[in-house]
Write a protein that binds this ligand. Structure first.
Ligand SMILES: C[S@@+](CC[C@H](N)C(=O)[O-])C[C@H]1O[C@@H](n2cnc3c(N)ncnc32)[C@H](O)[C@@H]1O
Length: 247
């Protein structure tokens, strides 16, 4: 009960601070704390903000990238405009949304990808965890190809099954990969951010897919391959030997 009260109190305190500072969401402080520690966004950067609604991270990204920066936000829900940013409405895994992001980029590589994406929660913990982690893998697959050499990718993760496997899948492509839990999200114990820095594009093979690697790594934990329905005819030399009855 006391823990619950403290959690609510902390959450309200971040909310009040967000209101006072002009940020739309208390989540803005999470990005500010990640930035303070890792210096991800620099002046003039091209930033992609994935799952940007209501726009707290977008506001921070615009401030940090400055007048010469380019900030593109995308979310399923429409945001109120943020001056200095282009906000797109759509599903990041949808080809049409991806085309629109590419149009906005006009061939410019991205310096920093920040993703606070979280899918709708069904309440079934294992289903939610699987959906959330697969979504993160899909975001990697689409946007990593657009990242410049030395660029960074930061994504929200939910602690649980699949986290170790996802980290293993992305590690070969960044020289520095670590988990970070900002103070502003400490009251949500399952939330952690994966901060991947110094992208090494030369490590990417042509048909590589973070999602496939992730799923392959996860398979043994989930109990291996599904049983195929139609196995066809199976030949065997197995025979049942009956014991001779003794008199
Ligand atoms: C925690 S909120 C982001 C808060 C935001 N960073 C801020 O500071 O205002 C997570 C967002 O992810 C979005 N989202 C979930 N699935 C998505 C998808 N497939 N494509 C785009 N956005 C998605 C949700 O609509 C939701 O607005």
């Amino acid at each position: 009960m006391a823990d619950h009260w403290i959690e609510n109190h902390k959450r309200d305190s971040w909310r009040r601070q967000a209101k006072a500072s002009g940020y739309r969401a208390r989540s803005a402080f999470k990005l500010l704390q990640i930035q303070k520690r890792f210096k991800l966004i620099r002046e003039g950067d091209v930033v992609l903000d994935v799952g940007c609604h209501p726009g707290g991270w977008t506001q921070v990204a615009v401030e940090l990238s400055g007048e010469d920066g380019v900030v593109i936000g995308v979310d399923l829900d429409a945001c109120q405009p943020v001056e200095g940013a282009t906000l797109l409405v759509g599903d990041i895994t949808d080809e049409m949304t991806q085309e629109r992001i590419l149009d906005e980029l006009q061939g410019r590589p991205i310096n920093t990808i920040v993703s606070d994406i979280s899918p709708d929660i069904t309440g079934k913990w294992d289903v939610d965890q699987t959906v959330a982690m697969t979504l993160v893998a899909d975001v990697f697959d689409f946007s990593m190809k657009l990242l410049c050499k030395g660029g960074s990718f930061t994504s929200k993760l939910f602690q649980g099954i699949g986290v170790e496997e996802l980290i293993k899948a992305v590690k070969p492509y960044f020289s520095d990969v670590r988990r970070f839990s900002p103070d502003a999200s400490r009251n949500s114990s399952s939330e952690v951010y994966l901060v991947c820095r110094n992208f090494m594009p030369w490590m990417m093979e042509k048909d590589m897919s973070i999602r496939s690697t992730y799923e392959e790594l996860l398979e043994p934990k989930l109990g291996g391959h599904e049983i195929e329905e139609d196995l066809g005819e199976v030949f065997t030399s197995f025979r049942v030997r009956r014991k001779k009855k003794s008199d």
